[in-house]
Design a protein around this ligand. Structure first.
Ligand code: NAD
Ligand code: DAU
Length: 336
């Protein structure tokens, strides 16, 4: 199969492409706009792979997406504006990419008559926030997004549902909890805390640090997306969670323990507006229908991740300095 992966230069998309090209016979076309979050260096080891090609462009560009769609069988759609704090600063890019871009992909998939599956990669944040004793999110829970980011993702989920109901498009929606692992952009909690610790900077904890996230190692999420592509029931939604609820302060203390550093740089700062208190996922449907379950424990996964950031200092230093943006021009010439 030839698969269009959108957002393949980001954190999860690049990990997904690595699994596709090293563990399956599928071919990949990676369509990515290379926003601040997209980094060609994430896929440096796969450049020149015979099954891989890269197209720089935006998913809301109908002409471009239509021409790419003619070549592929299936789509795994990761491209998004993904950071909640940025959506609070400015929501419009989230609407353009996450809402408009998803509709363009759905229309182009239908117009091209693609014969495979359209996997839409979504998030647990569409369900809103849980109280301390609430049961974990199930796929039929109501959508109650609280940030512009999660509202834009919920909107895209509904457009995918409509494409399935109205046009019978074989769309499968996946919703995953908080990912961590190699190549995560250092604006997200875990890489930010690792890098700030290594650089001797303070560790900003929003509010009381007692917000809970259900952490999952990125490769476990990617294997769920692959299972959804191969075995997902059209029209179905599958939750993926790590079975690993931790408060933010627990996560930060675990990082400091791995790095053998004291806790004195932890600094409690103003809370994120609309900050969801707790996420937890019930993934029983994915276990039952896809035969999926997470393999990595948090202890092993976190240690592996911290060691990756220690071993790949040039990767994140080039992000902090902005040099990573120059890599495209070196590889592909002028951005035009
Ligand atoms: P990311 O921000 O690291 O990467 C996003 C990628 O999309 C980048 O390469 C960027 O260049 C590209 N992109 C952005 N706008 C684009 C556009 N208009 N056209 C083409 N490409 C564009 O994101 P991530 O953390 O890898 O998340 C990937 C997907 O998974 C997102 O849809 C996100 O909502 C979802 N998700 C993320 C998590 C998580 O914990 N990170 C959890 C659940 C679901
Ligand atoms: O749950 C899945 C979602 O996880 C994805 O859909 C999003 O794309 C992804 O960004 C992530 O969203 P969060 O908002 O949960 O992730 P973030 O890493 O931004 O924050 C994790 C928690 O840590 C959250 O409770 C806020 C807190 N935090 C975050 C930062 C960046 C801090 O306390 N300090 C910080 O500096």
């Amino acid at each position: 199969m030839k698969i269009l992966v959108t957002g393949g230069c980001g954190f999860i998309g690049s990990n997904f492409i690595r699994i596709l090209l090293t563990e399956t016979d599928n071919q990949v076309v990676n369509l990515d706009a290379l926003t601040y979050a997209g980094n060609l260096e994430n896929l440096r080891d796969l450049e020149g792979h015979p099954g891989y090609s890269f197209v720089r462009g935006r998913i809301e560009d109908m002409a471009l997406v239509s021409s790419v769609m003619k070549e592929v069988d299936s789509v795994v759609h990761f491209a998004a504006e993904s950071h909640v704090d940025r959506s609070i600063q400015q929501a419009s890019p989230f609407i353009t990419t996450n809402v408009m871009g998803t509709q363009v992909l759905l229309d182009a998939f239908r117009n091209a008559g693609c014969q495979g599956t359209f996997v839409h990669v979504s998030t647990d944040e569409v369900y809103g926030s849980l109280g301390p004793n609430d049961p974990a999110f199930k796929e039929d829970f109501p959508l109650k997004p609280n940030s512009p980011y999660s509202a834009s993702k919920a909107s895209s989920d509904l457009l995918c549902r409509a494409a399935f109901k109205t046009f019978n498009l074989p769309v499968v929606i996946t919703r995953c909890s908080n990912n961590y692992g190699p190549y995560q952009f250092p604006e997200k909690l875990i890489p930010l805390m690792v890098i700030n610790s290594l650089e001797g900077r303070s560790l900003p904890v929003y509010g009381d640090g007692m917000n809970v996230r259900d952490w999952i190692y990125v490769e476990d999420h990617c294997r769920g997306c692959l299972a959804a592509l191969e075995k997902g029931r059209p029209g179905a939604i599958y939750n993926f969670g790590g079975q690993c609820e931790k408060t933010n302060i627990q996560v930060i203390k675990s990082i400091l323990e791995i790095l053998d550093l004291p806790e004195d740089r932890i600094e409690f700062v103003k809370d994120r507006p609309g900050h969801d208190r707790r996420y937890a996922m019930n993934s029983e449907l994915a276990v039952k229908e896809l035969g999926w379950k997470p393999r990595m424990t948090f202890e092993t996964g976190l240690e592996k991740t911290v060691k990756w950031y220690l071993a790949n200092r040039p990767w994140w230093e080039r992000i902090l300095s902005g040099q990573y943006m120059e890599y495209y021009e070196k590889q592909y010439g002028n951005k035009g």
